[in-house]
Design a binder for this molecule. Sequence first.
Ligand code: FAD
Length: 328
Amino acid sequence: MRRVLIVGAGQCGLQLALSLLAEGYDVTVMSARTPEEIRDGWPTSTQGMFGLALQSERDYGLNIWEDRVPHIEALHVALSAPPGEKALDIIAPVDQHAESTDQRVKMSGWLELVEQRGGTVIIYQGVTTSDLDGLAALGRYDLTIVAAGRGELGGLFDRNASRSPYTTPQRGLAVAYVHGLAPDPLLPRTNVGFNAIPGFGELFVIPALTLSGPCDILFWEAVPAGPLDLWQERLDPPDHLKRTLELIRQYVPWVYERCANVELTDARATLSGRFVPTVRHPVGELPSGGAGAGRRGRGDRQRPDHRPGQQQRGEMRAGLSARHSQPR
Ligand SMILES: Cc1cc2nc3c(=O)[nH]c(=O)nc-3n(C[C@H](O)[C@H](O)[C@H](O)COP(=O)(O)OP(=O)(O)OC[C@H]3O[C@@H](n4cnc5c(N)ncnc54)[C@H](O)[C@@H]3O)c2cc1C
């Protein structure tokens, strides 16, 4: 049975791990956090997914929240021009419904599912490049896949300049998960609100499933240095919500009318940051050099408490980089 090591327990790493398990591979996942730590942590995304992407999860029985997550049936686009005055509404039904399941719910659940479905999970905070070097030298895995988002390991994969047109962040991002948002009076069907304020940024309103049940996500995308870009410093969640609502009142008053009873879903229901959209080359080279696909080798299955040693220098090529970065 072919052995695959996946470093990183996000959408990329865990969906791949569970799909490979279903196809009969021997899969080990190295996660920086336990399921409890993921559940107790901060949101990491707004994670809206459309029909094709959801189907690829259904194909492997990964859609375990599908009966609880709101089914998004339409987009409601509104133009705020001049800022604060609505110029037009466009309502666009989607062919297949979309969903957004809080990654705290999904990744903690999927990490548990990996073990339930026969995979091995190693909790290892912060796998380093030299750890990977050591693992490659052991020759236990036929393929090592790095799916660790941003961070030191991303440096293994060179930036693909021809596919990375930006060198600076294009938006400041600010996310708040809330309960209590009143329904959209113009469109009773569950919808994602996309409110564009030309030159300033956008407000997305995304129905989602979080730890405490169905909710909405208020997501500002601010043009850097513009009037909405008040998110350079990370605010305490209550202050973050206050600022979110104040900007909504000013620039998107038709959404503000729905916000009278809005409150955060939990004590860590916010996220802010910015990053440079970057596409990286998919194959990385370890400091010890070497080329070729993951080395084939003999070896025992790793026990969950195994910590990779700094063994002899080896060679390996990681099979995939996760090219997305997460702000904190
Ligand atoms: C604000 C925001 C909104 C977004 N909205 C959407 C959306 O609506 N729809 C959409 O499709 N996408 C959206 N995205 C993008 C989407 O969230 C990412 O594309 C996706 O989460 C990337 O998944 P990943 O598994 O590659 O990386 P990540 O989600 O970053 O997961 C990487 C994992 O690896 C772990 N890790 C990192 N370094 C190490 C290490 N050294 N050792 C061990 N583990 C490590 C991390 O802890 C994490 O668990 C959004 C992103 C942001 C920031």
